[in-house]
Write a protein of this length. Structure first.
Length: 476
């Protein structure tokens, strides 16, 4: 389809938009109008250099060409759509435009016709967004560098979409935001130890943003604060796990009691009221603001005005460190068991938080949906018995997720139907998931790779969580 008329109209109204000039040049080039194409490429400046010197899928720039055309057609909504487009183009440049100092890029290697203004790629301005010098960003960070954090896929189409949405809401961004990149395996985003700094954004005010890329595939720069941000990101991720446990526990309590808990004590009683295994200082500080968030979400669902949304977030360092004061792992925790790979995954939405190796019973292990009911420490009074040190019963059945005294059975089909786990794994899972957590057992769905952090999730246990009044006869 010939988009030239619409692109010509667009560049007349936005003559400084180098991406638009580049796309118009591609249109002329495809139709054999080399002279006009060269003129447009000269006007595109460093955008032309970047795109022609780096392999970029054609469908990527075609997508943005279509957006330009759409904006030209929809004159009535020009202002709003222009802002969205330009922020999206900034993301594209951020991901794919190499640094002017990168290897193989020479300032003298490209000649420009006389009269053509050359703009260096060191200080590219696109819709008020500045790609900054890495050393300047490092100095801005200082102690506690990183500001607030969020995370997204490291690559793929969703990465650009998430960033475009953030940049479209630039007025809501805090002074400093660090975006962490997560590896992807199938439809899952891999959590915690595999996350790395992807980029940082400094809010300069008045719609201006300074952006620094940490993606080695997109930027040849080597920011000095990369390792500092990586460590801060891991600390943030650990805190988000605490919030995920608290959030899921409060939601599960509401499902069982038709109200939210009034205090942490209602979540951490002795068995059978041990919805949560234990707490942390971060959870204690986050309880009230998290409760307010859940209340406000319920009010919005009912169409009522929210009076408590976002209140007292500052009192919770864990919430305050996350973008917009919301838990990143906001969807309830779920357990997924893949019988074909002998894996048990702990997930929140499409984020795979853990992926443990487990022992199963083959066809004896039932498939379907269950919920965790009894959560028992030292089932049947033993920490080294057939059920190990932890047991989590699946609904009203004789099946459970539990430890084992036969560690060599992990990865095999030797149980009578239960899900066996190693000691460290089952004790960590017990601390992570509340009673009421959904468990889905099936075939396929999880990656084969084990996903377990170097440092385990721990909480301070509360009260007595044994159950000496019952002897369990799970199908071990």
């Amino acid at each position: 389809m010939n988009h030239s008329p619409h692109l010509k109209s667009y560049v007349k109204m936005h003559p400084d938009n180098k991406m638009a000039w580049y796309l118009l040049g591609k249109e002329y080039e495809s139709s054999g109008q080399e002279g006009k194409a060269n003129y447009c490429f000269n006007r595109a400046g460093e955008v032309f250099e970047a795109f022609e010197h780096k392999q970029i899928p054609a469908d990527v720039w075609m997508e943005y060409q279509d957006k330009l055309v759409q904006m030209s057609k929809e004159k009535a909504r020009r202002t709003a759509r222009t802002r969205y487009l330009l922020t999206t183009l900034m993301v594209l440049l951020l991901i794919w435009v190499p640094s002017a100092n990168s290897p193989g890029h020479s300032r003298e290697s490209t000649s420009f016709p006389s009269g053509t203004e050359r703009v260096t790629a060191d200080n590219v301005q696109v819709a008020g967004v500045q790609i900054s010098d890495p050393n300047e960003v490092a100095q801005i960070g200082g102690p506690g560098a990183g500001g607030v954090f969020t995370a997204q896929a490291r690559t793929g189409s969703s990465a650009g979409t998430v960033l475009a949405d953030m940049l479209a809401k630039a007025n809501r961004l805090p002074a400093e935001t660090t975006v962490l990149g997560m590896e992807q395996s199938g439809s899952w985003l891999l959590w915690r130890d595999r996350i790395q700094p992807l980029l940082s954004l400094q809010n300069k005010g008045n719609g201006g943003l300074a952006v620094q890329s940490y993606d080695a595939a997109a930027c040849a720069c080597k920011p000095s604060d990369r390792e500092t941000l990586r460590k801060a990101g891991l600390q943030w991720a650990t805190g988000q796990e605490e919030l995920a446990v608290l959030n899921s526990s409060m939601r599960a309590f509401r499902t069982q009691h038709q109200r939210l808990p009034r205090s942490l004590d209602e979540l951490t009683g002795s068995f059978p009221d041990n919805m949560m295994y234990g707490t942390t200082d971060g959870m204690k500080k986050a309880f009230t603001p998290m409760r307010n968030l859940l209340v406000s979400q319920g009010q919005r669902a009912k169409g009522a005005a929210s009076q408590q949304a976002g209140s007292s977030v500052e009192s919770s360092p864990l919430l305050a460190s996350s973008l917009y004061g919301r838990p990143f792992l906001g969807q309830p925790l779920r357990i997924v068991v893949d019988k074909s790979k002998h894996r048990l995954g702990l997930v929140s939405g499409n984020v795979l938080i853990r992926n443990y190796p487990v022992g199963l019973g083959g066809e004896r292990t039932p498939e379907g949906k269950f919920v965790i009911t009894d959560k028992v420490v030292n089932p049947n009074g033993k920490s080294n018995g057939e059920f190990g040190s932890r047991g989590m019963q699946l609904s009203a059945t004789n099946y459970a997720i539990h430890g084992t005294n036969e560690s060599d059975s992990i990865g095999k089909n030797e149980s009578l139907g239960c899900v066996r786990m190693g000691k460290e794994d089952v004790e960590e899972l017990f601390a992570l998931v509340p009673s009421g957590t959904e468990v889905v057992i099936g075939t396929g769905g999880l990656p084969d790779q084990v996903l377990v952090p170097g440092s385990r999730f721990t909480t301070e246990p509360q009260h007595d969580q044994t159950n000496p009044r019952k002897t369990y006869h799970w199908l071990n």
